[in-house]
Design a protein around this ligand. Structure first.
Ligand code: CA
Length: 225
């Protein structure tokens, strides 16, 4: 489980980084909102722990911003603010649970487990696919890269979905023709190459990390790490 910890207080940060790693989480740490946003764009987290009092912005604004860029993972808010108003506001603005400082580590771990359990129902898995920072919403037929909506044609979406479902595995041109175009025999056509070319422009065009790789003479693979 990959966890993003956003906390500026050095002692708490060090304590949590250590304890969460010991509890089996792969922990990334940000000490301010800007760094947190950058990390969230680069990686896919399963869960986030966000302190409300950050040096550069309010934790609530950060959570709102993260939701805007497509982060859907549950957020546990950590805060010294104890008032009911603060808690309600935190939960209304995109937080999923709220823990006040000082807290017991055992309670924090239990709440994280609960959030993770709640967040992975079978139905949610069936309607969303995710590989690194690429996310497909199968109901809305929308694809996002780093939170940015990609303008895909319906055909390109089907092609991308096929690549995502087979992420990390090589798919050949004839497999794509078969599954995406329903053609059994490979005709003398470069239809697959043309569509991959356009799709790659949209998915990888502006990215430092291209996802779609060509294996010359073999086919394509969508990178999953
Ligand atoms: Ca703080």
């Amino acid at each position: 489980m990959r966890l993003l910890l956003v906390e500026d207080e050095h002692d708490i940060q060090a304590f949590l980084r250590h304890s969460l790693a010991e509890a089996g989480y792969q922990v990334d740490v940000a000490a301010d909102g800007k760094t947190a946003e950058k990390l969230a764009l680069e990686a896919t987290y399963d869960i986030l722990v966000v302190d409300l009092g950050l040096p550069d912005q309010d934790g609530i604004s950060l959570i709102l911003r993260l939701r805007q860029i497509g982060v859907s993972a549950p957020v546990l808010i950590l805060s010294a603010r104890r008032s009911v108003d603060d808690r309600v506001r935190g939960l209304e603005q995109g937080g999923d649970d709220y823990l006040t400082k000082p807290f017991a580590l055992a309670e924090l771990l239990a709440r994280l487990r609960n959030l993770l359990k709640r967040n992975t129902p079978a139905s949610a898995e069936a309607t969303r696919l995710r590989v690194l920072d690429l996310e497909l919403d199968l109901l809305r037929r929308e694809a996002r890269r780093s939170g940015q909506l990609l303008q895909l044609t319906p055909q390109e979406f089907v092609l991308l979905e096929y690549l995502v479902r087979n992420a990390g595995r090589v798919v050949t041109r004839s497999m794509i023709l078969d599954k995406v175009w329903g053609m059994r025999i490979q005709p003398d056509t470069n239809v697959v190459d043309v569509h991959i070319y356009r799709l790659r422009g949209k998915v990888d065009g502006k990215s430092q990390q291209p996802l779609i790789r060509t294996l010359r003479g073999v086919g394509y693979v969508l990178k999953d790490r």
